[in-house]
Design a protein around this ligand. Sequence first.
Ligand code: NAD
Length: 331
Amino acid sequence: MRKVRVGVIGVGRMGRHHARAYAHFNYLCDFVGVYDVDPQASAAVAEKFEVQAFSRVEDLLEQVDAVTIATPTCFHYDLAEQALLRNIHVLVEKPVCRTVDEARRLAELARQQGCVVQVGHIERFNPAVRELAKVVKRHRVVAVETRRMGPFDPRVKDLDVIQDMMVHDIDILRYLLQAEFEDMTTKAQRVKSSLFADHAVCAATLSNGVVATLTASRVTEQKIRKLTVICDGAYIEMDYIDRRLTLSRDTRVRYENNGKTVSTLENVGERIFVPDEEPLLAQTQHFLECVRTGRTPLVTVEDGLAALEVVERMQAQVYKQAVPSLNGVAV
Ligand SMILES: NC(=O)c1ccc[n+]([C@@H]2O[C@H](COP(=O)([O-])OP(=O)(O)OC[C@H]3O[C@@H](n4cnc5c(N)ncnc54)[C@H](O)[C@@H]3O)[C@@H](O)[C@H]2O)c1
């Protein structure tokens, strides 16, 4: 099978990693080149990976079968549309688009063109999440708690903390629990920016009855990425960063001597093995396989859209006016 010709549009912090991943999979793809509105950024990445730096996005699109779009989110729709209209497959960073309306149009266009559109909800490729998905299937889940926090990043100018950070956990909960967000209450605060919420908390009920509490914050010094699953008889903790997965569960083990109980074990803690894999490489490899075989990606544009719909419902509870007229609206 011919190698997939690929390119990267937007080579800032994330785009550079996507470029590295394509260079890594040189046996699956031909990494043709990059385009960035900042010519210095394109030149530096092109030089590092010995590919072409394009000065026009159209020229890059002429020469590839698939692209990654890793620009600020407000440009995702227009760039993805340009690619899809040329029948080019797209790996678009999360969140899929700036608005639900754009994401709906993108989903429709992807269907019309018959192209692969994968959304960069990279946590799905975290090996700890994959192992957690197996464990969760064996338990009756009662509640989940997610905490995603870190310092303020001044580069994120166009999104609030719900759309930038909590969207990861929304996607993971939909995936892990195979359920949709139903009723919810969201509270938020502006801290670092004048327009956007920097700290948000949501309590939601999912369609399978599970109660979820999500916290996302970009005001803490410490970087925290944790998910806790409370099950009937078990307590599971996962750390996305160090990929640690632990389970503590009820047990009824009795140690007896001459028919008399000498001790009882009420609880056992297990550390579940998590393979050492880099999520970005796994995500890129999966995208290339989907392009080569026509398989449906693990994270479809419809998944990106569904997560964004939840984001917009939360935002509607937080802002005086709903997105997309977010600009100029106070929390
Ligand atoms: N999956 C994740 O965990 C994760 C983490 C961080 C960021 N992101 C997403 O990745 C995307 C990029 O974020 P980042 O942190 O890399 O931002 P960044 O600001 O570091 O990089 C963006 C790059 O895009 C370029 N650019 C801007 N407009 C462009 C255009 N119209 N055409 C081509 N290039 C353009 C900029 O010059 C810059 O080099 C965002 O959608 C963000 O939400 C995802």
